[in-house]
Design a protein around this ligand. Structure first.
Ligand code: ARG
Length: 274
Protein backbone atom coordinates (compact mmCIF):
# COMPACT_ATOMS: atom_id res chain seq x y z
CA UNK A 1 0.00 0.00 0.00
CA UNK A 2 1.04 3.64 -0.22
CA UNK A 3 0.00 6.47 2.10
CA UNK A 4 -2.07 9.22 0.40
CA UNK A 5 0.27 12.00 1.59
CA UNK A 6 0.28 13.62 -1.85
CA UNK A 7 -3.01 12.24 -3.13
CA UNK A 8 -5.22 14.68 -5.08
CA UNK A 9 -7.11 14.80 -8.39
CA UNK A 10 -4.45 16.60 -10.41
CA UNK A 11 -5.28 15.44 -13.95
CA UNK A 12 -8.05 13.76 -15.87
CA UNK A 13 -7.57 10.20 -17.14
CA UNK A 14 -10.95 8.64 -16.28
CA UNK A 15 -14.59 9.86 -16.03
CA UNK A 16 -14.48 10.00 -12.21
CA UNK A 17 -11.55 12.41 -12.34
CA UNK A 18 -13.24 14.57 -15.02
CA UNK A 19 -15.92 15.48 -12.51
CA UNK A 20 -13.54 16.12 -9.64
CA UNK A 21 -10.43 17.63 -11.10
CA UNK A 22 -8.81 20.11 -8.73
CA UNK A 23 -10.87 18.96 -5.74
CA UNK A 24 -9.01 18.41 -2.52
CA UNK A 25 -9.39 15.21 -0.60
CA UNK A 26 -9.08 16.16 3.06
CA UNK A 27 -10.57 12.93 4.33
CA UNK A 28 -8.23 10.70 2.33
CA UNK A 29 -5.62 10.16 5.05
CA UNK A 30 -8.26 9.23 7.63
CA UNK A 31 -10.09 6.94 5.21
CA UNK A 32 -6.84 5.23 4.21
CA UNK A 33 -5.80 4.68 7.85
CA UNK A 34 -9.14 3.06 8.59
CA UNK A 35 -8.71 0.74 5.61
CA UNK A 36 -5.22 -0.19 6.85
CA UNK A 37 -6.62 -0.90 10.32
CA UNK A 38 -9.35 -3.15 8.90
CA UNK A 39 -6.95 -5.11 6.71
CA UNK A 40 -4.52 -5.53 9.61
CA UNK A 41 -6.89 -6.21 12.49
CA UNK A 42 -9.67 -8.13 10.82
CA UNK A 43 -7.85 -9.60 7.87
CA UNK A 44 -4.67 -10.37 9.82
CA UNK A 45 -2.58 -9.27 6.84
CA UNK A 46 0.98 -7.96 6.88
CA UNK A 47 1.45 -4.70 4.95
CA UNK A 48 4.49 -3.44 3.04
CA UNK A 49 4.57 0.21 2.01
CA UNK A 50 5.88 2.12 -0.98
CA UNK A 51 7.10 5.71 -0.50
CA UNK A 52 4.60 8.44 -1.54
CA UNK A 53 5.92 11.05 -3.99
CA UNK A 54 4.71 14.67 -4.45
CA UNK A 55 4.65 14.48 -8.25
CA UNK A 56 2.78 11.14 -8.36
CA UNK A 57 -0.70 11.57 -6.80
CA UNK A 58 -2.04 8.23 -8.13
CA UNK A 59 0.82 6.12 -6.71
CA UNK A 60 -1.58 5.46 -3.82
CA UNK A 61 -3.41 3.02 -6.17
CA UNK A 62 -0.87 0.22 -5.78
CA UNK A 63 -3.07 -2.37 -7.52
CA UNK A 64 -1.60 -0.85 -10.66
CA UNK A 65 2.02 -1.47 -9.59
CA UNK A 66 2.31 -4.91 -11.13
CA UNK A 67 0.78 -8.34 -11.48
CA UNK A 68 2.39 -10.68 -8.97
CA UNK A 69 2.68 -14.27 -10.16
CA UNK A 70 4.49 -16.26 -7.47
CA UNK A 71 7.95 -14.64 -7.15
CA UNK A 72 7.68 -12.67 -10.39
CA UNK A 73 6.38 -9.07 -10.56
CA UNK A 74 5.17 -8.10 -14.02
CA UNK A 75 5.47 -4.33 -13.61
CA UNK A 76 2.90 -2.08 -15.30
CA UNK A 77 3.47 -0.13 -18.51
CA UNK A 78 0.95 2.68 -18.05
CA UNK A 79 -1.13 3.96 -20.93
CA UNK A 80 -1.22 7.55 -19.66
CA UNK A 81 2.04 9.53 -19.41
CA UNK A 82 0.77 11.02 -16.11
CA UNK A 83 1.33 7.67 -14.38
CA UNK A 84 4.43 6.39 -16.16
CA UNK A 85 6.92 7.68 -13.58
CA UNK A 86 5.28 5.38 -11.01
CA UNK A 87 6.72 2.36 -12.85
CA UNK A 88 10.25 2.90 -11.58
CA UNK A 89 9.16 3.43 -7.94
CA UNK A 90 7.08 0.25 -8.01
CA UNK A 91 9.80 -1.78 -9.73
CA UNK A 92 12.45 -0.73 -7.20
CA UNK A 93 10.21 -1.44 -4.22
CA UNK A 94 9.11 -4.86 -5.49
CA UNK A 95 12.68 -5.75 -6.28
CA UNK A 96 13.74 -4.75 -2.74
CA UNK A 97 11.03 -7.12 -1.45
CA UNK A 98 12.74 -9.97 -3.30
CA UNK A 99 10.62 -10.24 -6.46
CA UNK A 100 12.16 -10.81 -9.87
CA UNK A 101 10.79 -7.98 -12.01
CA UNK A 102 9.93 -7.85 -15.67
CA UNK A 103 7.62 -5.91 -18.00
CA UNK A 104 5.66 -6.77 -21.12
CA UNK A 105 7.06 -6.02 -24.56
CA UNK A 106 5.57 -3.06 -26.44
CA UNK A 107 2.04 -3.09 -24.92
CA UNK A 108 0.16 -1.12 -22.30
CA UNK A 109 -0.54 -3.21 -19.22
CA UNK A 110 -1.83 -1.92 -15.87
CA UNK A 111 -1.00 -4.78 -13.50
CA UNK A 112 -3.47 -6.16 -10.97
CA UNK A 113 -5.90 -3.39 -11.96
CA UNK A 114 -6.56 -5.37 -15.15
CA UNK A 115 -5.40 -8.92 -14.35
CA UNK A 116 -6.97 -11.04 -11.60
CA UNK A 117 -6.44 -14.72 -10.86
CA UNK A 118 -9.42 -16.98 -10.29
CA UNK A 119 -9.00 -18.60 -6.85
CA UNK A 120 -10.52 -21.98 -7.80
CA UNK A 121 -9.60 -22.46 -11.46
CA UNK A 122 -6.15 -22.15 -13.04
CA UNK A 123 -7.18 -19.01 -14.90
CA UNK A 124 -6.26 -15.34 -15.18
CA UNK A 125 -9.06 -12.84 -15.98
CA UNK A 126 -7.64 -10.05 -18.13
CA UNK A 127 -9.53 -6.80 -18.80
CA UNK A 128 -8.58 -4.75 -21.83
CA UNK A 129 -9.87 -1.86 -23.90
CA UNK A 130 -9.45 1.29 -21.83
CA UNK A 131 -6.00 0.82 -20.32
CA UNK A 132 -4.34 -2.54 -20.98
CA UNK A 133 -4.16 -3.83 -24.57
CA UNK A 134 -5.53 -7.15 -25.81
CA UNK A 135 -2.16 -8.22 -27.18
CA UNK A 136 -0.80 -8.43 -23.62
CA UNK A 137 -2.77 -11.68 -23.15
CA UNK A 138 -0.32 -13.99 -24.93
CA UNK A 139 2.66 -12.63 -23.00
CA UNK A 140 0.77 -13.00 -19.70
CA UNK A 141 -0.11 -16.59 -20.54
CA UNK A 142 3.55 -17.40 -21.12
CA UNK A 143 4.85 -15.58 -18.03
CA UNK A 144 2.22 -16.87 -15.58
CA UNK A 145 1.94 -20.37 -17.05
CA UNK A 146 -1.84 -20.34 -16.86
CA UNK A 147 -4.80 -19.82 -19.19
CA UNK A 148 -5.76 -16.20 -19.75
CA UNK A 149 -9.36 -15.14 -20.35
CA UNK A 150 -9.36 -11.79 -22.19
CA UNK A 151 -12.46 -9.71 -21.38
CA UNK A 152 -13.25 -6.48 -23.23
CA UNK A 153 -14.36 -3.61 -21.00
CA UNK A 154 -16.93 -1.33 -22.67
CA UNK A 155 -18.13 1.23 -20.06
CA UNK A 156 -15.60 4.04 -19.40
CA UNK A 157 -16.67 4.27 -15.74
CA UNK A 158 -15.37 0.71 -15.28
CA UNK A 159 -12.06 1.26 -17.02
CA UNK A 160 -10.03 -1.26 -15.00
CA UNK A 161 -11.05 -4.90 -14.58
CA UNK A 162 -10.97 -4.58 -10.79
CA UNK A 163 -13.78 -2.00 -10.90
CA UNK A 164 -16.14 -4.61 -12.35
CA UNK A 165 -14.88 -8.05 -11.31
CA UNK A 166 -13.65 -9.58 -8.06
CA UNK A 167 -12.62 -13.25 -7.76
CA UNK A 168 -12.90 -14.61 -4.21
CA UNK A 169 -11.13 -17.49 -2.46
CA UNK A 170 -14.45 -19.32 -2.06
CA UNK A 171 -14.43 -19.64 -5.86
CA UNK A 172 -17.22 -17.08 -6.26
CA UNK A 173 -16.62 -14.14 -8.58
CA UNK A 174 -18.44 -10.82 -8.17
CA UNK A 175 -19.08 -9.20 -11.54
CA UNK A 176 -20.95 -6.24 -12.95
CA UNK A 177 -21.72 -7.79 -16.33
CA UNK A 178 -22.82 -4.64 -18.28
CA UNK A 179 -19.22 -3.37 -17.94
CA UNK A 180 -18.20 -6.13 -20.38
CA UNK A 181 -18.77 -6.74 -24.09
CA UNK A 182 -21.51 -9.29 -24.95
CA UNK A 183 -18.85 -11.87 -25.80
CA UNK A 184 -17.03 -11.30 -22.51
CA UNK A 185 -20.34 -11.60 -20.63
CA UNK A 186 -20.99 -14.94 -22.31
CA UNK A 187 -17.47 -16.14 -21.46
CA UNK A 188 -17.95 -15.21 -17.80
CA UNK A 189 -21.33 -16.94 -17.60
CA UNK A 190 -19.91 -20.04 -19.26
CA UNK A 191 -16.83 -20.16 -17.03
CA UNK A 192 -18.62 -19.54 -13.74
CA UNK A 193 -22.13 -20.88 -14.13
CA UNK A 194 -24.87 -19.86 -11.71
CA UNK A 195 -23.12 -21.41 -8.77
CA UNK A 196 -20.04 -19.20 -8.77
CA UNK A 197 -21.17 -15.98 -10.46
CA UNK A 198 -22.33 -13.22 -8.10
CA UNK A 199 -23.96 -10.57 -10.29
CA UNK A 200 -23.48 -7.03 -9.05
CA UNK A 201 -26.06 -4.34 -9.91
CA UNK A 202 -25.17 -0.95 -11.39
CA UNK A 203 -25.91 0.82 -8.08
CA UNK A 204 -23.54 -1.44 -6.19
CA UNK A 205 -20.91 -1.28 -8.93
CA UNK A 206 -21.01 2.54 -9.02
CA UNK A 207 -20.34 2.47 -5.27
CA UNK A 208 -17.26 0.33 -6.12
CA UNK A 209 -18.62 -2.88 -4.57
CA UNK A 210 -16.58 -4.97 -7.03
CA UNK A 211 -13.46 -3.14 -5.89
CA UNK A 212 -13.34 -5.14 -2.67
CA UNK A 213 -10.44 -6.43 -0.61
CA UNK A 214 -10.64 -9.97 0.72
CA UNK A 215 -8.65 -10.67 3.90
CA UNK A 216 -9.27 -13.85 5.85
CA UNK A 217 -13.03 -14.35 5.90
CA UNK A 218 -13.60 -10.59 5.65
CA UNK A 219 -14.53 -8.54 2.64
CA UNK A 220 -13.74 -4.86 2.97
CA UNK A 221 -15.49 -2.45 0.64
CA UNK A 222 -16.98 1.04 0.49
CA UNK A 223 -20.62 0.00 0.39
CA UNK A 224 -22.83 -2.95 -0.51
CA UNK A 225 -26.62 -3.19 -0.77
CA UNK A 226 -28.49 -5.50 1.59
CA UNK A 227 -28.94 -8.05 -1.21
CA UNK A 228 -25.23 -8.15 -2.04
CA UNK A 229 -24.23 -8.39 1.62
CA UNK A 230 -26.56 -11.35 2.03
CA UNK A 231 -25.14 -13.06 -1.05
CA UNK A 232 -21.58 -12.59 0.25
CA UNK A 233 -22.56 -13.81 3.70
CA UNK A 234 -24.04 -16.94 2.11
CA UNK A 235 -20.70 -17.46 0.40
CA UNK A 236 -19.08 -17.48 3.85
CA UNK A 237 -17.89 -13.90 4.26
CA UNK A 238 -18.26 -11.11 6.83
CA UNK A 239 -18.74 -7.80 5.03
CA UNK A 240 -17.13 -4.62 6.37
CA UNK A 241 -18.01 -1.23 4.92
CA UNK A 242 -15.62 1.68 5.18
CA UNK A 243 -15.94 5.15 3.64
CA UNK A 244 -13.54 5.60 0.71
CA UNK A 245 -15.41 8.41 -1.02
CA UNK A 246 -12.35 10.67 -1.29
CA UNK A 247 -10.61 8.04 -3.42
CA UNK A 248 -13.69 7.58 -5.61
CA UNK A 249 -13.03 11.11 -6.96
CA UNK A 250 -9.98 9.66 -8.66
CA UNK A 251 -11.76 6.45 -9.72
CA UNK A 252 -10.52 3.97 -7.15
CA UNK A 253 -11.63 2.22 -3.94
CA UNK A 254 -10.33 -0.37 -1.46
CA UNK A 255 -8.95 -2.96 -3.90
CA UNK A 256 -7.18 -0.29 -5.99
CA UNK A 257 -5.42 0.88 -2.83
CA UNK A 258 -3.80 -2.53 -2.31
CA UNK A 259 -1.61 -4.97 -4.18
CA UNK A 260 -1.76 -8.61 -3.06
CA UNK A 261 1.84 -9.76 -2.68
CA UNK A 262 1.23 -13.50 -2.25
CA UNK A 263 -0.52 -13.98 -5.55
CA UNK A 264 -0.38 -16.31 -8.51
CA UNK A 265 -2.35 -18.92 -10.42
CA UNK A 266 -4.04 -21.84 -8.71
CA UNK A 267 -2.03 -24.96 -9.52
CA UNK A 268 -3.77 -28.22 -10.17
CA UNK A 269 -2.59 -30.60 -7.44
CA UNK A 270 -2.03 -34.26 -8.25
CA UNK A 271 -3.62 -36.49 -5.63
CA UNK A 272 -1.27 -38.71 -3.68
CA UNK A 273 -2.87 -42.12 -3.98
CA UNK A 274 -0.13 -44.12 -2.26
N1 ARG B 1 -6.72 7.66 -11.02
C1 ARG B 1 -6.25 6.33 -11.20
C2 ARG B 1 -6.22 6.00 -12.69
O1 ARG B 1 -7.08 6.47 -13.40
C3 ARG B 1 -7.11 5.38 -10.46
C4 ARG B 1 -6.62 3.97 -10.51
C5 ARG B 1 -7.52 2.99 -9.84
N2 ARG B 1 -6.90 1.71 -9.81
C6 ARG B 1 -7.49 0.55 -10.09
N3 ARG B 1 -6.79 -0.54 -9.95
N4 ARG B 1 -8.71 0.46 -10.56
O2 ARG B 1 -5.37 5.31 -13.17
Amino acid sequence: MCAPTHFRVAYDINPWMTRNIGSTAEGAQRQWERLVALVLDIGGAHIELVEPQPSLPDIVFTANAALISDRLAIVSSFRHPERRSEERAYRERLSSLGYATTRLDGVFFEGAGDALFDRRLPLLYFGYGWRSEHSAAAQLERLCGTRVLPLRLVDPRFYHLDTALCPLTSGHVMAHLPAFSPKAQALLRMTLGNEYLIEVTQDDALAFACNAVEAGDAIVLHRASGALRLRLQRAGYCVFETDLSDFHRAGGSSKCLTLKLDDGPVRRTTKNTA
